[in-house]
Design a protein around this ligand. Structure first.
Ligand code: PDD
Length: 282
């Protein structure tokens, strides 16, 4: 039976309850992080907690517990659930307040940690996803998108739309038609020895995996650059891939039914990333 941690208390998932007046439930007024756990160690713990705390600060949401408590509870939860290859999900909610959007009176944020089996991956190659361009658009340089908030309705609907078209991930554009990111991933494309990705100013989530790939790229002979692009640039690229903690690097095989070129660079970057993630405690 899967155990979760709710406000520091371990209990079976089905017994964990939050109020129907919780603001994450009512308005998506909360935050979350999803970390990949390798050999019992949450990868890039510091970077994820930095992003969580940065986002909480921008939302005026007081962190309900300390980073050390979150870490010790997460490790204990992984032990209790007997999981060493897993996904670790941390949720923070502004908690209960008065009725309506105003956060006034919501002074008791709550937190949840849960663990989930790692998303299955083919050990021989990066996961392969077909992309569909979402019909919904992000505002140019959407100021909320860099927050990993619980208000992910656009991403939910974009993903459902992609799946209804037989695809795996939605490609999100901004209102000017520029590529921003996937519904749950960052986007990269390869042109010769250049490795390109939209800037965070485009409204993309500052992905932890995105940062790691930008760091390792020069070691493999790539020149990493941030650049805006259009879907046509992706169709003209030597290769396109996505990054997210749960699946590391994902090869984009097609966009709206048009096959995309596949670069050997994607696999070499993925292998370099995997060497980093399996290099012991982080
Ligand atoms: N989140 N962009 C969005 C909108 C995301 O939701 C995610 C990951 C990413 C990749 O970020 P990172 O490399 O830090 O995981 C980009 C999905 C739902 C996840 O939690 O796996």
């Amino acid at each position: 039976m899967n155990v979760v941690c709710l406000n520091g208390e371990f209990l079976p998932a089905e017994e964990a309850k939050v109020s129907i007046f919780d603001r994450s439930f009512l308005y998506g007024d909360g935050l979350f992080e999803t970390l990949r756990v390798y050999g019992g160690h949450p990868f890039a713990w510091t970077e994820h907690l930095d992003r969580l705390e940065r986002s909480a600060g921008r939302m005026g949401l007081r962190m309900p517990t300390t980073r050390d408590t979150l870490r010790s509870m997460s490790l204990e939860l992984l032990r209790r659930n007997g999981q060493s290859e897993a996904l670790l999900r941390i949720q923070v909610s502004r908690g209960q307040g008065s009725r309506g959007y105003s956060p006034k009176g919501a002074e008791s944020p709550i937190w949840v940690v849960s663990t989930h089996p790692a998303t299955p991956q083919d050990p021989a190659q990066p996961t392969r996803w077909r992309l569909a361009t979402a019909s919904m658009r992000l505002a140019v340089s959407d100021p909320l998108n860099p927050l990993k908030s619980s208000s992910k309705l656009l991403q939910v609907l974009a993903r459902a739309e992609a799946e209804s078209q037989g695809c795996d991930e939605a490609l999100l554009l901004d209102t000017a038609g520029g590529v921003v990111e996937g519904s749950s991933s960052n986007v990269f494309w390869i042109l010769g020895n250049r490795l390109l990705t939209p800037p965070v100013e485009s409204g993309a989530l500052p992905g932890i995996t995105r940062d790691a790939v930008l760091r390792i790229a020069p070691d493999l002979g790539f020149i990493p650059r941030e650049s805006r692009c259009t879907p046509d640039d992706l169709r003209a690229a030597d290769g396109v891939f996505l990054t997210l903690s749960s699946l590391e690097l994902v090869t984009a095989t097609a966009l709206d039914g048009t096959p995309l070129r596949e670069s050997p660079g994607t696999r070499s970057l993925h292998e370099a990333y995997q060497r980093q993630t399996r290099s012991g405690p982080h």
